[in-house]
Design a protein around this ligand. Structure first.
Ligand code: C2E
Ligand code: CA
Ligand code: CA
Length: 594
């Protein structure tokens, strides 16, 4: 028996109103965003009458309506975005509803933001158990005034806010999205107005964005950002507001039902980027990564939400190759640490918190100190010590390592100069050089200038390059190394044997010293193979007139083995840990005194 309107409970009435509202909004989404006319027809009644106000069109049937839509889509350049809609469903009788509302269609346009405001009223009637649209009136304004129109339309305050923003020109000229400041205001409002929805904020990162800029120029790079902004506002119906915060980083606020579905949606977003936008920049091969922060406390301060989302995005860098990362407290700790390091490193350098530790290298024939390696330690004001594994990777990422490496070289030169003047024993000290350093076109002249300033015999300075930094084309490296050799610098290849073409390095580069990686030594107790590799490397080096150092020597038996195969030098805990500079100097003095 049919129930009367008055008998329907308020709850089920609200649910039904939600349901019909969804039907209508899905229809628009299918048309403008997915450009999928057949699925947009799902809830359109055969008997529909449609009135469009633009040039006053009327369609008298589903077929006519379909033709109208096809024509309209043909005139649009591509997928459009629908920005926050406002709609309301009203039950007239149990089997008849109206839905009215409005939204903005954002039309992709590379240079300019183009919005069209769509207003609509639909009537739905129950046909064979399903709600079908029997009448639809739409009105689109393409008036110029609308171009920079408001995008979020929930009530008057929203309109005023949007008008304000428009006046202040708070739109990003490249993508037409809000600026960060405007975005934050809108998000605050949306969160307040919809306390029952689950929200997540996303922050994007395009890998190789720099290369896109370098290889394709600014205009093409801007086009990529503009295309990405369209993708980001259209990939899901749940997207509410978005902005570009800086460079290739977009922030998106969206709702979600459950975490798994959301994850799937985000993964699809990244693969769509790969299959469409990325294809236009094949040489740079950009990839989209997304950091997602689920907002669990709607009262959380907007700056903190944005900050955490941004941090989550940074976690993409900690997990190479991963496209979607969700906020979690552990990653957060690591990133916080990374941020802490980045924000304090410059000050630490100026305060002298980076200390040169020195680990001696011993001759295997007479157990004398014949060389040393400078290794960096970060000692905080409170005396706590940080090891290079923690900060070097961060410095390499942001380029600060170049400053640190020059600083280390200067400190070592200063020490050697002082000792020389005081007539104390000196040995060659090696300094690790990072890859970033070598990319500096002024590298050779900067090193030469430091050597000149301290006027120490250059045979005391040895530079270590780890084998992992070399690439296929060695000619540039060979030239640079050759030039510095003219200034007396000696080159040593660190971690020898861990790269993929060690022998090629020997052939192409003017190397003086090989440092056999400690991983080979770790295995000598167990692996005959490692022993053979060490022995053969030593033989090879001798025949090529190069010195060999073995690092990580921890036991007498390892030292014995190395002595037997006539390895030149050993470095490791068996002899000494890396020491504070003063302690190292004392050790050197004591040795001379004996
Ligand atoms: P590396 O250049 O291979 O340095 C050798 C590392 O082995 C040092 O670690 C040293 O303390 C450690 N070591 C020495 N003897 C032994 C031993 O007998 N057993 C074991 N297990 N380890 C031993 P450290 O000082 O923690 O440095 C780690 C890495 O950080 C270095 O590896 C180097 O790549 C980098 N690094 C350190 N200081 C600098 C710097 O000033 N500039 C640059 N670019 N990199 C640096
Ligand atoms: Ca080294
Ligand atoms: Ca090494």
């Amino acid at each position: 028996m049919a129930t009367r309107v008055g008998e329907t409970s308020a709850v089920s009435r609200a649910m039904m109103e939600e349901e019909v509202k969804k039907i209508v909004l899905n229809h628009f989404h299918a048309v403008y965003v997915d450009r999928d006319i057949s699925s947009s027809m799902e809830h359109i009644s055969q008997k529909i009458r449609w009135i469009g106000s633009k040039d006053f069109y009327i369609a008298h049937s589903k077929e006519e309506f379909r033709q109208m839509l096809e024509r309209e889509l043909g005139s649009l350049p591509g997928r459009c975005a629908i920005e926050v809609m406002a709609a309301e469903g009203v039950m007239l009788t149990e089997d008849c509803f109206t839905v009215s509302g409005e939204f903005d269609i954002r039309i992709p346009h590379p240079l300019q933001l183009v919005y069209q405001r769509m207003r609509f009223t639909a009537m739905l009637v129950l046909e064979n158990g399903e709600y079908m649209v029997v009448s639809l009136q739409t009105s689109i304004s393409s008036d110029d005034k609308i171009k920079y129109e408001t995008k979020t339309m929930n009530g008057d305050s929203m309109k005023m806010l949007a008008d304000d923003l428009r006046r202040q020109n708070q739109y990003d000229p490249v993508t037409g999205l809000y600026t960060l400041e405007a975005f934050k205001q809108v998000v605050e409002d949306v969160l307040k107005k919809e306390p029952d929805s689950r929200f997540v904020m996303l922050c994007t990162d395009v890998t190789h964005y720099e290369q896109v800029n370098n290889l394709y120029g600014l205009k093409r790079a801007d086009k990529m950002l503009s295309d990405l902004s369209v993708l980001l506002t259209t990939f899901s119906q749940n997207v509410r507001v978005s902005c570009r915060s800086i460079a290739d980083h977009f922030l998106v606020l969206m709702t979600y039902m459950d975490r798994e579905l959301l994850e799937e949606e985000l993964r699809k977003l990244c693969s769509e980027f790969r299959n469409t936008i990325s294809e236009e920049y094949i040489e740079a091969a950009p990839r989209l990564g997304v950091g997602a922060y689920a907002i669990t406390n709607l009262n959380e301060d907007i700056d903190s939400i944005v900050e955490r989302t941004n941090m989550t995005r940074k976690a993409l860098k900690l997990n190479h190759g991963i496209e979607v990362v969700f906020y979690d407290a552990r990653i957060f700790k690591r990133i916080e640490k990374m941020n802490e390091i980045e924000s304090s490193m410059q000050g630490a350098l100026e305060n002298g918190e980076f200390k040169v530790f020195i680990q001696p290298k011993y001759s295997l024939t007479d157990n004398q100190i014949v060389g040393a390696e400078a290794l960096c330690r970060w000692i905080h004001d409170d005396g706590s010590m940080v090891y290079p594994d923690e900060f070097i990777p961060v410095f390499e990422e942001d380029g600060f390592i170049a400053e640190l490496d020059f600083y280390m070289l200067e400190q070592v030169c200063r020490m050697l100069k002082r000792r020389e003047e005081e007539g104390r024993k000196c040995v060659a000290v090696s300094i690790n050089q990072s890859r970033v350093l070598l990319q500096d076109t002024q590298y050779v002249s900067k090193i030469a200038a430091i050597l000149k300033r301290y006027e120490i015999p250059s045979e005391y300075i040895e530079l270590e390059l780890t084998e992992r930094i070399f690439q296929d084309d060695l000619t540039g490296f060979a030239r640079m190394m050759g030039e510095l050799k003219k200034h007396g610098i000696r080159w040593s290849i660190d971690d020898f044997g861990t790269g993929y073409s060690s022998l090629n390095l020997l052939k192409e580069l003017p190397v003086d010293i090989l440092k056999i990686d400690k991983s080979f030594l770790d295995e000598t107790e167990t692996s005959e193979m490692s022993k053979i590799i060490i022995r053969k490397t030593v033989e090879l080096a001798q025949e090529l007139d190069k010195y060999v150092v073995c690092e990580g020597v921890e036991t007498e038996s390892q030292a014995d083995y190395l002595r037997n195969i006539r390895c030149d030098m050993a470095q490791g805990y068996l002899y000494s840990q890396p020491l504070p500079m003063q302690d190292f100097e004392q050790l050197l003095d004591e040795e001379m005194a004996v």
